[in-house]
Write a new protein. Structure first.
Length: 344
């Protein structure tokens, strides 16, 4: 085994968007070097290479840099890694592009099909974020369950009931009480199912707002009628945006984990979540679950939580407990222990 550092592939950490994979990449790039100074080297591409143009950087330039550093391994926290590099540890968040190719561009699906299976099968170890995703990887990529380590994502201390909602409301033009959803404007996020909820809430004087933008590799969903789009929201505003919401809702058809639910819980906001993918596993008993393919049930659940103080209080308390169990410090320590073990 080479004697150099573990290289952290920070391509996703450099993206301006902030979904689950980007949050993972940023947190690992920040926290792992602090745990073992000198053991890690964070490597980022130039800004224009963080998306599609960056595939060549990831497949050719990154392993060349790692070879010059005599790297013990490359940690790639955002699904893809250099296939030809012999010592990868890769975080595969889900297998959505293989399970539901209709949600993605043809080129993205073709790339995932070409590289994801050999990458996962040759890696020193695969990390994933839930037991649900481990099952998907076993089923769709043919990796044995014993070679897949489950490390749930986390939430940091910025997400708190004490975060300032007034700044977020002012900068985003929110003048009325609101219910919040956060996620890219893509088909699997199922925003259209929120239309009846938006109508019912509007009649009660409450807006339903959606933070997030499109992605170049994902098929964009048209804006849902009645749901107010906020676009991409700067990271510094997100804690206050969560803390100011009456309820948070995630009606996704498929999630490998569901970090946004955890961030809402840490912010003291009750959560309504789809009973799909990994969301029941992530949320435990701290959310009110709904069928994501039943828009009327979603609307009923949201209006119930908005109007029922006892239910709101129960979900808020349970959410606080759940969020306290899952932190980025815990996730980073788990990843560090695994890397130390497999690169020894």
């Amino acid at each position: 085994m080479p004697g150099g550092p573990i290289v952290i592939n920070a391509r996703a950490a450099a993206r301006p968007e902030l979904g689950g994979v980007e949050r993972w990449a940023r947190e690992m790039a920040r926290r792992l070097p602090a745990l073992r100074p000198g053991a890690y080297e964070v490597v980022r591409p130039r800004p224009r290479l963080v998306h599609r143009l960056g595939h060549a950087w990831e497949q050719a330039t990154l392993p060349a840099l790692a070879a010059r550093l005599d790297a013990r391994a490359i940690l790639s926290p955002a699904n893809l890694a250099p296939v030809a590099w012999p010592r990868n540890v890769v975080v595969i968040h889900d297998a959505a592009a293989l399970r539901h190719p209709e949600w993605y561009s043809g080129s993205y699906v073709a790339w995932q099909r070409a590289v994801l299976k050999p990458l996962a099968q040759r890696a020193l170890r695969v990390i994933t974020v839930s037991e649900f995703s481990r099952g998907e990887i076993v089923d769709l990529l043919g990796v044995s369950a014993e070679r897949i380590e489950v490390v749930p994502g986390g939430v940091d201390e910025r997400f708190s009931p004490d975060a300032d909602p007034e700044r977020a409301a002012h900068e985003l033009g929110l003048e009325r009480p609101y219910v919040l959803t956060v996620g890219s404007l893509i088909a699997r996020k199922n925003l259209a199912a929120l239309e009846p909820a938006a109508e019912a809430l509007r009649d009660a004087g409450i807006d339903l707002v959606a933070a997030g933008g499109g992605r170049p590799q994902l098929r964009t969903e048209s804006e849902a009628s009645g749901v107010i789009p906020l676009g991409l929201v700067d990271d510094y505003l997100l804690p206050g945006l969560y803390a100011g919401a009456r309820v948070f809702v995630l009606a996704s058809l498929y999630e490998g984990f569901g970090l946004t639910c955890l961030e809402a819980m840490a912010s003291g906001t009750p959560v309504v979540a789809a009973d799909a993918g990994a969301l029941p596993e992530t949320c435990g008993d701290a959310a009110l679950f709904v069928d994501p393919e039943d828009p009327r049930a979603i609307a009923d659940a949201l209006t119930q939580v908005v109007s029922d103080d006892l239910l709101r209080r129960r979900l808020t308390v349970a959410g606080s407990v759940r969020a306290a169990e899952l932190t980025w410090d815990r996730a980073a320590r788990s990843v560090d222990a695994l890397l130390e073990r497999v690169t020894a």
